[in-house]
Design a protein around this ligand. Structure first.
Ligand SMILES: [Zn+2]
Length: 277
């Protein structure tokens, strides 16, 4: 390496050290299950990407015309949302039922929930729908989208470039694609991308707690898995598994005593959702 290159190299590594060390230190976070995560994106950026994506999905997919289904899904969401954290109020959330036959649902940062009518073929009562919604909301509260984008940025481009990319106020097309993929959405909306095995397992457990704390029967989550694993065709996001159904059912059952305690506690607090079609 000649002197000129050496100087440039030192300048570059120096810049990396000052730009990135504080960034990395401040970006190490812990998931609700105690797993350490890299989260590089500011929360407001992730939220606004979630909001934008939801608007675009709404433009591409019609809302369900079935008022009973809409009221049913809203009733279930209204029972779960207040359990997310103290400040959560269902009025701050947008819940939409889409007229589409796929057995799917999603939640996005920025307080958005989408449920496709087709899900109701497999989630046959309020408890089973709550199991799916709890799972999807768990991806959001555990910030899996942010983590996935951060891991990709760190792996593909290196921390220095990640810092530069995130320092710009407008989001370039390639950043946008990466963020959308991180949120679980394909470039073509309607394609919901699978999360990793780690994220799926974590969402299953957090989701189980959430449904139980909301007053839904956590044992129904296992029945839902059994219904879902019989689903043919393209697997729904909820089933976008790397973990096999049997592993997931085993993990849910291992957590069941704790979830049942939360469920009985909720019952005593008179949290008894009564949502039906
Ligand atoms: Zn999932």
């Amino acid at each position: 390496m000649n002197m000129m290159l050496m100087k440039r190299f030192r300048f570059f590594t120096g810049m990396v050290a000052c730009v990135c060390v504080p960034l990395v230190v401040s970006s190490c976070a812990t998931s609700p299950e105690g797993r350490s995560q890299l989260r590089l994106l500011p929360e407001d950026q992730i939220n606004s990407m979630g909001e934008q994506s939801f608007e675009e999905i709404k433009q591409q997919t019609a809302e369900s015309k079935d008022a009973k289904k809409r009221a049913y899904i809203e009733c279930i969401a209204n029972a779960i949302i207040p359990q997310l954290d103290q400040d959560n109020n269902p009025a701050l959330w947008e819940v939409r039922v889409f007229a589409d036959d796929q057995a799917n649902a999603f939640a996005l940062p920025g307080n958005k929930i989408g449920v496709y009518e087709g899900l109701l073929k497999y989630a046959v009562n309020q408890h089973q729908v709550a199991a799916v919604m709890g799972h999807e909301l768990a991806h959001v509260i555990a910030q899996h989208g942010n983590e996935r984008v951060s891991d990709q940025l760190a792996a593909q481009a290196g921390i220095a470039i990640a810092a530069i990319a995130l320092g710009t106020s407008d989001t370039s097309d390639s950043n946008k694609k990466m963020i959308l993929a991180g949120l679980g959405l394909g470039v073509q909306y309607g394609v919901i991308l699978p999360f990793s095995r780690t994220h799926e397992s974590e969402a299953d457990l957090i989701g189980l707690d959430l449904m139980a704390e909301s007053g839904f029967d956590p044992k129904e989550s296992v029945k839902l898995w059994e219904n879902m694993s019989k689903a043919g065709g393209q697997p729904p996001e909820f089933l976008s598994t790397h973990p096999s159904s049997t592993t997931r059912i085993k993990d849910l059952n291992a957590r069941m005593p704790r979830a049942l305690e939360a469920y009985y506690r909720a019952q005593k607090q008179n949290k008894k959702p009564n949502c039906h079609l």
